[in-house]
Design a protein. Structure first.
Length: 409
């Protein structure tokens, strides 16, 4: 039902845009061009909505659904622009596309809110619970059935699930598992055979190979473009750094990389030379006296991060991924946090978006180091665990990049 409503709204936005541009009636040559392009754009829009799980209302927050919708709208708008050239529909005005985009953002914001507001987030009227924490079970249904026969679904947890799985299959009920790390690893396992005996081959953490490949391709493209921009800006930045504080232009520091291996991250120097020689690798706060005048500007504008694009190009980092910590925090990456090191670290991530004012927070703390390790770092690790657990995806990365650029938390 919602897909039909979305389709009608999508097409209606172009009708409104055309009326805004031309009034009534719409010139025949313009209408003909739009009718050539819009069916294909609408199909692309619906495909993206389904691909991004925009209709899984009970599993998505308003923010997730909104971002999925925005990306779908943007993709369909880009498709309209490209198709108008490819299909030689040159009478499809660019201004109509722009008006339609604005109408879509407004209308779909309202529709997304209605989806979240009026559709129950409980996917099942009743569930039979076995070995699952009450808070977890309540996410699926507030009604706990007393037997499997009464339930619409079975929710289970634990390592010994064979019997409960059998019961679910026998009763024709969907079985929902609250997985352990081991079970999540099995899900990503590869079935292999040795001498006709089946085995499950499990790597440290398995991701979709296509997504990994695409992510790397995008990293290389961004790395090349960004490095070209950095080379153009380099003489001016280098001169400003040297005049303000004589010393090296670049600063390198060992950070934790993929698999727990260390690598040297490269930045423009923003502190006095050999700052860590006297203090060690301590956290920088907003009023840190070690930061130079030019360095403060570079840090505020995030220009000091530009040399990290070289780290992206050579494969030490990705553009989007968990921000790499200094080696002294390696102890925090044990247990379930170890999976954060399963992928390349990145220049930006959800933790960077949430803690974009981290230096100000640390400046207000009585003990910045303690506040970081007890409050900020655990939350960063949780955000990064969620990123890794949900799998690598270009769409998710685009959303993070947009949030980074727009300053949205």
């Amino acid at each position: 039902m919602w897909a039909v409503i979305d389709l009608l709204v999508f097409l209606s936005s172009y009708a409104l845009a055309s009326l805004t541009k031309f009034g009534f009636p719409i010139p025949p040559e313009n209408l003909e061009s739009m009718l050539i392009v819009l069916p294909w754009s609408a199909l692309i829009f619906l495909f993206l909505m389904y691909y991004l799980d925009a209709y899984a209302t009970y599993t998505r927050s308003f923010e997730d659904m909104a971002w999925a919708t925005v990306i779908s709208i943007a993709g369909a708008s880009l498709a309209s622009l490209v198709l108008s050239f490819w299909l030689r529909a040159f009478a499809f005005p660019r201004s109509v596309m722009l008006y339609a985009l604005l109408y879509q953002l407004l209308l779909f914001f309202l529709i997304t809110w209605l989806k979240v507001r009026f559709i129950s987030k409980e996917p099942f009227p009743s569930v039979f619970v076995k070995g699952v924490d009450e808070s977890i079970a309540s996410l699926l249904s507030s009604n706990k059935a007393q037997s499997i026969d009464e339930a619409q679904a079975i929710v289970i947890a634990g390592l010994d699930l064979v019997e409960e799985l059998k019961k679910g299959i026998e009763h024709g009920k969907p079985v929902i598992i609250d997985p352990t790390v081991e079970q999540m690893a099995l899900l990503n396992g590869l079935m292999v055979s040795f001498d006709d005996h089946p085995f499950i081959l499990i790597h440290s953490w398995v991701f979709d190979r296509v997504q990994v490949f695409l992510k790397r391709v995008v990293d290389i493209i961004i790395g090349l473009l960004g490095s070209a921009i950095t080379v153009i800006l380099l003489p001016f930045i280098a001169l400003a750094i040297f005049i303000d504080s004589r010393g090296p232009i670049f600063y390198t520091q060992k950070r934790l990389g993929q698999g727990g291996r260390t690598f040297k991250v490269i930045k423009f120097r923003t502190m006095i030379p050999d700052a860590e020689k006297y203090t060690g690798p301590v956290l920088a706060s907003e009023d840190d006296p070690r930061i130079t005048r030019v360095g403060r500007f570079l840090r505020n504008a995030k220009i000091d991060e530009l040399p990290q694009l070289w780290n992206v190009l050579i494969g030490d980092m990705s553009f989007v991924g968990p921000r790499p910590e200094v080696s002294k925090y390696k102890e925090f990456y044990s247990g379930e946090n170890s999976r954060v090191l399963a992928i390349r670290p990145g220049i930006t991530d959800m933790a960077s978006v949430k803690y974009r004012n981290e230096e100000q927070q640390l400046a207000l703390a009585q003990d910045p180091a303690k506040y970081y390790t007890q409050v900020i770092l655990p939350d960063k690790l949780k955000l990064n665990r969620d990123y890794v657990n949900n799998g690598i995806g270009l769409v998710k990365d685009v959303a993070i990049i947009l949030k980074t650029l727009l300053g949205i938390k």
